[in-house]
Design a protein around this ligand. Structure first.
Ligand code: SAM
Length: 235
């Protein structure tokens, strides 16, 4: 079989430090900001001349966090409760041949400072450190297909859980406001989409969880489908 060698053009710096709680698709959480830092020869402005005129871009990337775990022809989409199996090419699963992903995200800004070139992005669904293998401008006249039919993923998931913050968690977000003005809203939106694995969603009682966003540890509980952020701390 023919093989190809692909080298990354840059790396994503994302608030999502682990897979757990990352949204399933881009632009579901606009507060998810990230930087795409260009590397090596791609740190030159020529590569992105004209990109400033586009509001959205496609990122092609490698699922580096799962690529070494292989793939299989059938996968269980979380959207179907983790029970039904679909062909990997009928899904957006991470465990796929070649481990290549694609996300359309908002281009917020382009920065070139002291020889460092990066893009400011929002609405991302990517793990910190994700290698980017290509960028293309998003073309609404062709890429947007309003009449398209999308099988089991035809609509955005309707889950929107309630989210409350403890006094400590609220205070913590207020203290971070200068550097992270959207922190409260960002955490709330991540939890609203109910990041629990499908098999936990039907279980009752109190469930405790933790996750990392930026370098913050966030602890919360879910009871009767209500999230309460209990504590936020520095790592
Ligand atoms: N929008 C992309 C696509 O359709 O190819 C990704 C969809 S995939 C279902 C989204 C999930 O990929 C996220 O919820 C996260 O758990 C996972 N993910 C994001 N970046 C990753 C990475 N670099 N390596 C492995 N998994 C990653």
């Amino acid at each position: 079989m023919e093989t190809y060698q692909i080298s990354p053009i840059g790396t994503i710096r994302s608030p999502y430090k682990q897979k757990f709680a990352i949204p399933r698709q881009p632009r579901l959480i606009p507060e998810a900001r990230a930087q795409l830092e260009f590397s090596g020869e791609f740190k030159r402005e020529e590569f992105i001349r004209g990109l400033v005129d586009f509001s959205h871009i496609w990122l092609l990337f490698r699922f580096h966090g799962t690529a070494d775990k292989g793939w299989s022809p059938l996968v269980r989409p979380p959207r179907l409760g983790g029970n039904a199996k679909k062909g990997v090419f009928a899904t957006r699963a991470t465990f796929r041949p070649n481990a290549i992903g694609m996300s359309a995200v908002k281009l917020e800004d382009i920065c070139y400072i002291n020889g460092k070139l990066w893009l400011e992005l929002s609405g991302i669904d990517l793990l910190d450190g994700t290698p980017i293998i290509d960028i293309k401008p998003y073309l609404p006249y062709s890429d947007s297909i309003p009449e398209a039919i999308a099988g089991f993923a035809d609509t955005r998931s309707e889950t929107e859980l309630e989210v409350y913050f403890s006094e400590q968690a609220t205070e913590f977000c207020i203290k971070q406001q200068k550097k992270f003005p959207d922190l409260h809203q960002f955490i709330a939106k991540v939890l609203k989409q109910d990041p629990r694995p499908a098999y936990k969603k039907s279980k009752g009682g109190i469930q405790n969880y933790g996750m990392c966003l930026y370098d913050f540890n966030i602890k919360w509980k879910i009871e009767n489908n209500i999230n309460t952020v209990l504590e936020i701390s520095h790592q």
